[in-house]
Design a protein around this ligand. Sequence first.
Ligand SMILES: Nc1ncnc2c1ncn2[C@@H]1O[C@H](COP(=O)(O)OP(=O)(O)OP(=O)(O)O)[C@@H](O)[C@H]1O
Length: 269
Amino acid sequence: MTDQAILSPPVAVAGVPKIRMRGVRKAFGAKQVLDGVDIDVDARHSLVILGGSGSGKSVTIKSILGLIEPDEGTIEVDGRDVLRMGWREREALGDRIGMLFQNGALFDSLPVWENVCFKLLAQKRITRAKARDHAAEVLAQVGLAGSVGDLSPAELSGGMQKRVALARAIAARPDIIFFDEPTTGLDPIMGAVIDGLIVDCVKKLGATAVSITHDMASARRIGDTAAMLHKGRIVWSGPAGALGHTGNALVDQFANGEREGPIQMELRR
Ligand SMILES: Nc1ncnc2c1ncn2[C@@H]1O[C@H](COP(=O)(O)OP(=O)(O)OP(=O)(O)O)[C@@H](O)[C@H]1O
């Protein structure tokens, strides 16, 4: 496969955030999940979105991915409004996006190498013979031997499955990558290893990353910035390294996992 087949076109627009959401609102029935979400992610930066269960983190990511249509607001990628794109442009945007799903979402019916190159094969951007070599290269990037490519995902440990899912997310060399709970279900050491790989891979690709996590150690490791979603809005954003001592009582309570604080008081009401 030529690099041409998998390289994303250089699309950075000077002075324009890679991703910009403004006033995004989404309700399901009577439930207003997003109530005016504003987010900016600069190119080559890594944003972590925090928030309680059901606060709308996945809905936010799915809206950027075009899987959920917001009721109001704008979502721009490289200054282009994704909600008003034609299908061709949206498809081209999809080709530049990688995604690591919460549970890995690997297909047990396919060997690892086909999982890694799934999108490239499905879109006929690569031959099967070249996909095998490409998968071995990408597996090496996430610390796995090429021979793992012939195994079924079901034969792998949770940590290895996450590595394969990461390999799949980066295989087409995307310039935007979404990570949904990348360390869930892993022990703390394996979680740190996966975080390290995520940081390395994102940096090597020069990609922009948006992650969802409940794991604060992971948020500090993989995020340049963090944003907290609460009651349908971003109530705080700042350096991920400051989580736990931001001075914002709500964010600090959440990040430190404290029972007492403004979130608890709201739950009691
Ligand atoms: N397709 C849908 N139809 C109806 N309700 C939905 C749909 N998608 C999400 N919701 C609702 O929107 C709310 C936010 O869901 P979302 O999955 O974004 O939460 P989350 O912050 O990612 O939660 P968690 O941390 O538990 O994964 C929830 O109440 C959920 O039930």
